[in-house]
Ligand binder design. Structure first.
Ligand SMILES: Nc1ncnc2c1ncn2[C@@H]1O[C@H](COP(=O)(O)OP(=O)(O)OP(=O)(O)O)[C@@H](O)[C@H]1O
Length: 219
């Protein structure tokens, strides 16, 4: 249960991000209370991915301060990276390895005690059990998305940043992804979810931040 005195799960203090001459985020101030999950909405190019990448410490703000899980996203970057996972458009998969081998590599990197077992059970959990011994090279976009969520689950983050988790999934896949996100939340993971599927997003998140041209507006 979130306590009133708990540090916010994330806080943006007058945050701006510029790419060249274009401002992707402009003077964003926002705090997500501890124990709540956040739906990020906005048209294409409104700044959702940029914000998720700032929270994932993959980018630094041009101005302002980003605080994640009570820590500074720039100065505490290395420490934070252990607790934060980003599901993004780029899937970081080894194309020539099978789905199972991809997950075993990650499990070993994370020092998991039984890499093959955890890889197998996560593949079943994301609906890829039957394809676990196929090379990723031949995977469809939806299958890659499923494998990417298995990678995220393997990392067991405190904060899960999900960039369009429903993209490329078929209706059954969308339903399964909703269930996986609900499960993540039930285990105490804070979720930040960027999606154009507002209905799904609203059913999963208690808070909403709507962006227009990099600025927060009320939805
Ligand atoms: N690497 C980059 N270099 C230059 N401009 C960029 C870069 N990444 C994003 N932008 C610009 O920043 C703005 C915000 O982009 P961003 O990807 O954050 O939006 P988004 O809300 O995630 O969009 P979408 O819904 O299409 O995924 C856009 O104008 C985009 O063109």
């Amino acid at each position: 249960m979130a306590s009133l005195s708990a540090a916010p799960a994330l806080a943006l203090h007058d945050v701006s991000k510029r790419y060249g001459r274009r401002w992707a985020l402009a003077r964003l101030t926002y705090a997500l209370p501890s124990g709540r999950s956040l739906l990020l909405t906005g048209h294409n190019g409104s700044g959702k991915t940029t914000l998720l990448r700032l929270l994932a410490t993959a980018l630094s703000p041009t101005a302002g301060r980003v605080e994640v899980l009570g820590r500074d996203a720039v100065t505490d970057r290395d420490d934070l990276r252990r607790d934060v996972a980003l599901l993004s458009h780029a899937s970081f998969l080894y194309e020539d390895l099978t789905a199972h081998q991809n997950l075993v590599v990650l499990a070993r990197l994370l020092g998991h005690p039984s890499p093959k077992d955890i890889a197998g059970s996560l593949l079943t959990r994301v609906g890829l059990g039957k394809r676990s011994d196929n090379p990723v090279r031949g995977f469809s976009a939806g299958m890659r998305k499923r494998l990417a969520i298995a990678r995220l689950l393997m990392k067991a983050p405190t904060l899960a940043l999900l960039d369009e988790p429903f993209g490329e999934l078929d209706p059954a896949g969308i339903h399964e992804m909703e269930a996986l996100i609900a499960e993540l939340k039930a285990t105490g993971v804070t979720v930040v979810l960027a999606t154009h599927l507002i209905e799904q997003g609203l059913s999963l998140c208690e808070e909403r931040l709507h962006l227009e041209d990099g600025r927060a507006v009320s939805a």
